[in-house]
Design a protein around this ligand. Structure first.
Ligand SMILES: [Zn+2]
Length: 111
């Protein structure tokens, strides 16, 4: 892979990382709001609030997983391993990385 490509993916990953961290800090404050409001709302809306909280927790889990993948990819860039499949060691198709720069496996070994 060309150095300019690696630079491109590195800035994409860095932007993605700060984007997720921003969402994370916003949603953490909104989850706190839901908890505070619960004492003053009726049963149905309390259930709505709980359901919303579950969804927030679930997407929070997904975000954390994505963040870990991004951090691992940035680490691979540092180590000069970026762009190679973590499973078979073959080069990952650049088109695949353009869709998901945090992909760590080639199309054949995809999770
Ligand atoms: Zn592979």
């Amino acid at each position: 892979m060309k150095l300019s490509d690696i630079d491109k993916f590195k800035s994409q990953l860095t932007a993605l990382k700060s984007e997720i961290e921003d969402i994370e800090s916003i949603s953490m404050s909104s989850t706190a709001t839901v908890t505070l409001d619960q004492s003053s709302v009726g049963r149905l809306s309390r259930m709505d609030a709980l359901q919303g909280q579950q969804m927030a927790l679930e997407s929070g889990r997904r975000r954390k997983q994505q963040l870990l993948q991004i951090q691992a990819s940035l680490q691979r860039i540092e180590n000069g391993e970026f762009g190679y499949c973590s499973h078979c060691g073959e080069e990952i198709a650049i088109g695949r990385l353009e869709i998901n720069p945090a992909a760590s496996r080639c199309v054949n070994c995809a999770e």
